[in-house]
Design a protein around this ligand. Sequence first.
Ligand SMILES: Nc1ncnc2c1ncn2[C@@H]1O[C@H](COP(=O)(O)OP(=O)(O)OP(=O)(O)O)[C@@H](O)[C@H]1O
Ligand SMILES: [Mg+2]
Length: 297
Amino acid sequence: MTRVVVVGDLMTDAVARARYPLARASDTPAIVTMHGGGSGANIASWLAVEGAEVAFIGRRGADITGRNRDMELMGYGVDARLVMDPERPTGTCVVLVTHKGERTMLSDPGANAALSPEDLPRDLFSQGGHLHVSGYTLINEGSREAGLAALEMAQRAGMSISVDCSSSAPLERTGAEPFLEWTQSAKLLFANADQAKVLTGRDEPDAAAKVLTAWFPQVVIKLAADGALWYTNTRSEPVKAPAETVERVVDGTGAGDAFTAGFLPAWLAGKPPAEALAAGNRLAAKAIAHLGARPRL
Ligand SMILES: Nc1ncnc2c1ncn2[C@@H]1O[C@H](COP(=O)(O)OP(=O)(O)OP(=O)(O)O)[C@@H](O)[C@H]1O
Ligand SMILES: [Mg+2]
């Protein structure tokens, strides 16, 4: 089995679900819960509970939430290699869910923004492993050098590499060209439809995926309730897999992360793309059926 090394963000999600329309500049009763989050850490957690051998490289604050996040990752079975930042707090995201279910996120990367090349444990970069880099690490200026260093170390070690695009608005601010330039060594790119559009200017996911195969040997586009698409730059036909039927979508946070964690082990094991896509859809369906972005233990 291939060891997966994830470089990415670690957050605490403070999820506030309002019970009534928001009373601006006043109080609104809500149900507030705290969850482990951060796209990279979510992917690592799902991979671990799926039985993969996985290490996570990230940065936390020297605070109690950082300690909790660290122990939580260990609980999932992740080999968590967290560097403690002496000043910055552990990253936190305030997720505001209105009584109608609309989601707004206010994120403070905290310690994540200071991830540096020195934080990358050399022993994790070795032949035969796989590196997955969260787009946030590359998009955020403070951690970019670390993301780039990880990509370079993995390439030198002969590891296979995948990258995801994280989030369309920050990706747009970064710009398609630099992002595509930085991620050239990746064999596989994950994007959702919005991110694929930012990278290519194409509205239509199939058209966008096709354009992206000029940059990446393989491309996966996540299509929310429509499932996911796989494209390659070889002559193989594209593959589309429908999403699972989910009775009740409880919380969409982390669906994309769970998808990635479902897809990767099958893909690394050399399974056909249809099978890897189905595995991704299956784990994503599991993620949206409960609250929070991480697996239930
Ligand atoms: N309503 C749904 N029913 C079933 N599966 C879904 C639904 N919404 C999302 N999914 C699953 O989640 C996967 C990822 O969703 P999406 O395409 O929104 O990616 P994402 O935008 O990266 O994720 P997120 O919205 O969590 O940031 C889809 O490929 C699909 O498998
Ligand atoms: Mg989405």
